[in-house]
Design a protein around this ligand. Structure first.
Ligand SMILES: CC(C)(COP(=O)(O)OP(=O)(O)OC[C@H]1O[C@@H](n2cnc3c(N)ncnc32)[C@H](O)[C@@H]1OP(=O)(O)O)[C@@H](O)C(=O)NCCC(=O)NCCS
Length: 157
């Protein structure tokens, strides 16, 4: 049985991010920044998310094995969610939408309802998976100064 859960991020999870944040295919689908981060940057970025007081960071597990990261960050009255399934062999199996639905259940307990995300307009797999969770296409947002990600599609729950 494939048991998807989300659990709070912990100190020992840095090793997963060391892999995921250095994966070029993941970078192409997300930030677009292909420069490999060094150990010091990894430590800084990881501590930022581990110690964040206003954001929620979860590890996605499949039968207790860490396979990805899902987060919720406060952006004024909205919360932004971001997700990666880190290991490619777990893409396209429906695990992403399962994890998103678990996060949405969690937000109900926190009385959070205004949730959005931004995705590359050509990331068809991600957009399909978000639609399955109830997200609707809203608008294209332009970032003319960002040479790695010049536009995103905003979707809202
Ligand atoms: C995006 C992501 C979270 C989606 O989770 P997932 O478990 O892979 O999603 P699903 O298995 O439900 O697949 C979603 C849909 O895309 C379709 N799909 C699968 N592979 C695809 C591909 N290569 N191209 C286009 N669509 C594809 C699936 O058929 C499914 O649609 P359907 O259910 O209508 O048939 C996950 O793939 C991932 O983390 N990818 C890498 C990082 C990333 O893109 N993150 C999102 C950044 S905004």
């Amino acid at each position: 049985m494939q048991n998807i859960k989300i659990r709070k991020i912990q100190n020992t999870d840095k090793k997963y991010f060391a892999k995921w944040w250095r994966d070029k295919d993941l970078a192409r689908l997300t930030s677009g920044v292909l420069k490999t981060i060094n150990d010091k940057e990894l430590e800084t970025y990881f501590l930022n998310i581990l110690e964040s007081k206003k954001d929620y960071h979860f590890i996605i597990t499949l039968n207790n094995r860490a396979i990805g990261h899902i987060s919720l960050s406060k952006k004024r009255i909205w919360y932004e969610t971001q997700i990666i399934i880190g290991d490619k062999k777990y893409w396209g199996k429906g695990y992403g939408p399962k994890a998103i639905k678990l996060l949405i259940n969690y937000t109900h307990k926190l009385k959070i309802s205004k949730i959005f995300l931004e995705v590359r307009p050509d990331n068809t797999r991600a957009i399909r998976s978000y639609k399955k969770c109830g997200f609707k296409r809203k608008r294209i947002i332009k970032y003319p100064k960002n040479k790695h990600l010049s536009e995103t599609l905003r979707m809202e729950l």
